[in-house]
Design a protein around this ligand. Sequence first.
Ligand SMILES: CC(C)(COP(=O)(O)OP(=O)(O)OC[C@H]1O[C@@H](n2cnc3c(N)ncnc32)[C@H](O)[C@@H]1OP(=O)(O)O)[C@@H](O)C(=O)NCCC(=O)NCCS
Length: 144
Amino acid sequence: MQIINSKIGKVKIYYNYNNEYDYHEFIIKDLNNDNVIGFINFKIYNQFILKAWLNNIQIKNEYQSLGFGNILLRLFENFCIKYRCYLIEGKYFPTNNKAKNFYIKNGYEIYKDGYETYISKSLVKIEKHKINLNTNNYEKNNIN
Ligand SMILES: CC(C)(COP(=O)(O)OP(=O)(O)OC[C@H]1O[C@@H](n2cnc3c(N)ncnc32)[C@H](O)[C@@H]1OP(=O)(O)O)[C@@H](O)C(=O)NCCC(=O)NCCS
């Protein structure tokens, strides 16, 4: 668990690994009231190269547009870089313009395949983000 400053004051960040579904997740909680602000979950798998699949990222409505999506994405990308992933992939609903802006702003490429809209980002040339987040200790946390 880690505590960082945000636009609304101090927030807690938890990392958790779900054995049953083999996914990793980061969760942000508001320290003022212990509310969950949002989460990101993802898988890391081997398909010729090591890849990450961004399963879901969600920030609660009342906490959106305050920078929490960016924080979760950076935690996720740092984690992937540490695991030596080459590529991040995922998808979003084509009508979701906020998500589209969000991914473009964060350097993701967007492409369509049939009815699906996919995102991808190569990690080959990206250094770990130099932000004040200690992502070196991924201890399991009790998030209840
Ligand atoms: C998409 C989502 C994760 C972004 O998180 P967020 O905390 O709201 O975003 P941030 O405050 O970190 O902003 C990051 C970027 O997102 C975009 N963004 C944020 N709010 C936006 C809005 N109201 N309209 C358009 N773009 C917006 C901007 O590009 C922004 O960059 P900027 O602040 O430098 O302009 C969040 O809005 C969300 O959970 N949406 C519902 C679920 C969802 O759509 N998930 C993604 C698809 S799986």
